[in-house]
Design a protein around this ligand. Structure first.
Ligand code: 8YV
Length: 316
């Protein structure tokens, strides 16, 4: 059997998961940095068989190399770009994530950003609170959100949930994936640039990691154009952030709605000054219900691994 001293929590995790790791599994916790971290790795690194992690802090190449007997990585969250999955697969280390349970909430967040951004709802709220409305000023007109051509970059489970919602707004859905999806009726484009050129709004829903890094670059943003918008609920790394800031400042694109950033929780200071961008603190899946479901799935993956050496939701 695998004991608590062979299970390592890496980085901060959801409170329910943290509590169970402590009380049910008596797992070890890896300090974030400093001599304590080195000491724990020196004394226990050889014995660790399972790691549990979440979000921005995964099991990166360096840490994985320090855990020679690691067998499984249990990740809270659908995205696992902070973990070195290449090394994991080379070493036969299995990885689980938490797909599906968060599709609805992340898609709801995308729609919230879509409406807030096109209709300038954030700026309008600031206008009321600042007293400008009471002072007799008029808030400028916004952009219609219904009936737009929307491009989904990364039509996976979350992308599909976003598309379904947008259909109810009368939108025409287009998408780009590396390959066309069988059985999908939305219009396929073989590149991100073509998708952006053809649509009014680009919604980024692609997985993070090296394959999608800076997929939304200068050329794609130029194709979005001065009347176009960008929404991102995926990972900040999928967009070239500095180029996006420039496009927002110069009117190269009309606006953006962002839940994710390159170096969270730090965001480029320029964004705070701009009224044509809606900024959220990576809350896509952040509801009581969905986080509880993600915590259950994470812990059930761990329990199943400990009992049967199997995962419920391994990454493909
Ligand atoms: C989580 C996410 O908040 O699932 C993901 O990939 O980005 C979010 O749902 C995050 O992973 C937890 O920190």
């Amino acid at each position: 059997p695998i004991t608590g001293e062979q299970i390592l929590r890496v980085g901060p995790v959801n409170p329910t998961v943290a509590e169970s790791l402590k009380s049910e599994f008596a797992s070890l916790v890896l300090p974030d940095s400093g001599p304590e971290r080195e000491a724990l790795i020196a004394s226990h690194g050889q014995n660790i068989r399972v790691a549990v992690c979440s979000g921005r802090i995964g099991v990166d190449s360096e840490l994985m190399a320090q855990l020679p007997n690691l067998e499984a990585i249990i990740n809270f969250g659908v995205g696992y770009d902070a973990t070195d999955t290449k090394q994991a697969s080379e070493r036969g280390i299995v990885v689980s994530n938490t797909p599906d349970v968060l599709n609805d909430c992340v898609a709801d967040t995308a729609l919230g950003l879509y409406l807030s951004t096109l209709r300038s709802l954030g700026a309008a709220e600031r206008f009321v609170r600042s007293g400008s409305w009471a002072a007799g000023q008029n808030f400028p007109l916004a952009t219609r959100a219904s009936g737009k051509k929307v491009g989904i970059l990364g039509l996976g489970r979350i992308g599909q949930a976003i598309a379904t919602r947008l259909e109810a707004f009368g939108c025409e859905i287009h998408y780009h994936n590396r390959n066309q999806k069988p059985g999908v009726n939305y219009q396929y484009h073989s590149s991100a640039v073509d998708l952006a050129a053809e649509t009014d709004v680009l919604i980024v829903a692609a997985a993070g990691g090296p394959q999608s890094a800076k997929l939304v670059n200068q050329e794609v943003l130029a194709a979005v154009g001065p009347q176009g918008f960008v929404i991102n609920i995926a990972r900040g790394t999928v967009i070239d952030e500095q180029t996006l800031v420039e496009a927002l400042r110069s009117g190269g694109i009309a606006g953006a709605g962002l839940d994710v950033f390159e170096k969270e929780p730090h965001i480029p200071a320029e964004l705070l000054e701009l009224d044509n961008v809606v900024l959220l603190p990576h809350l896509g899946s952040g509801t009581h219900e969905t986080r509880a479901d993600m915590a259950s799935l994470t812990l059930n993956n761990l329990r199943t691994y400990l009992e049967k050496r199997e995962l419920i939701t391994p990454i493909s």
